[in-house]
Ligand binder design. Sequence first.
Ligand code: URA
Length: 197
Amino acid sequence: MKKALMMKHVEDEIAALTGSPLYEYRIENNYMPVIGEGSLDANIFFVGEAPGKKEGETGKPFCGRSGKFLDEMLASIGLDRNATYITSVVKDRPQDNRDPTPQEIALYGPYLDRQFEIIQPKVIVLLGRISMKYVFEKAGIKEKLDTIGVMHGKVYEGTLPYGKVILLPLYHPAAALYNPKNKAVLLEDFKVVKKYL
Ligand code: URA
């Protein structure tokens, strides 16, 4: 099956997730699920936590304030956003930007797994501790997990069903919005990605 068709199936199934604890909130607020965006041939795949307000309103990942900073990070190493794939673990907006619950992560995680399998990226950049934890467990290296404060900017190697993958945990771009120190750390850590372009 073609990649685009496989991704369309993922999209349709998420759209029809009426059993999700976030479904009612989606409908009441006219939010859209945020499936992900970018190249289905991307070598570099970004995973955030869950859509924010702007993302829910538009259906596009990282299009609000965090997304602006992510764009700045991409520009800092000359990486074209369209050459990457960007999504989050949870595809519907949690109420008031709260952290997604373990149940929500367990419900939406398998869609992310399918997206990895469709795109088969070489490098997965984990934006924040929620995606870091989820993907490290999937990649069989949960024993390496520590706090994001310890792990950010370091390169790890894991294995997904399709093969070996480089994992790079970073602070979530939202961390840069309230602390300029985090912004400098994120930009510095991000230079590692350049090695894989
Ligand atoms: N934060 C995320 O983790 N994902 C988005 O898509 C937007 C903000």
